[in-house]
Design a binder for this molecule. Sequence first.
Ligand code: CMX
Length: 133
Amino acid sequence: MIKKVDHIGIAVKSIEEARKFYEEVLGLKVTGIEEVKEQKVKTAFIPVGDSEIELLESTSEDGPVAKFIEKRGEGIHHIALQVDDIEKALEELKGKGVKLIDEVPRYGAGGAKIAFVHPKNANGVLLELCERD
Ligand code: CMX
């Protein structure tokens, strides 16, 4: 069901500030910045080998990423696992009694279909399932 770690989401106060470390120090490259309006977040993708780092900056003071930073500070926000068929994966997890945040996939950055799994299933870590074409 799970193919690989698609990306690791990191909540940051400012993408412009945070990207300096990844680009100037680590020598990686931001390849795309996209706003996901309905989730009140701006995303920046940084490929690392076969996976990516996703910087997440809130576009609103009351957005989920702003609230996350307020509560816990900047840091790892979620781990996204890539699957072939997200509807099937959600059905399978539901059948195993896993608590889901999204029972139906929503739009994710880069046109992916995504769904969040409740962190109580994974030792407090927010997991995202992600299907890409
Ligand atoms: N890490 C750990 N726990 C988290 C969490 C995180 N990042 N975010 C939320 N939670 C916990 C909450 O504390 C809550 O726990 P309890 O049920 O025990 O109180 C639970 O998860 C549900 O959170 P919520 O805020 O009550 O639920 P919502 O449905 O309102 O929102 C979520 C959940 C994850 C969708 C939202 O908080 C969020 O982070 N949205 C932004 C998503 C995002 O990063 N989008 C960017 C594009 C995605 C992509 O392409 O990768």
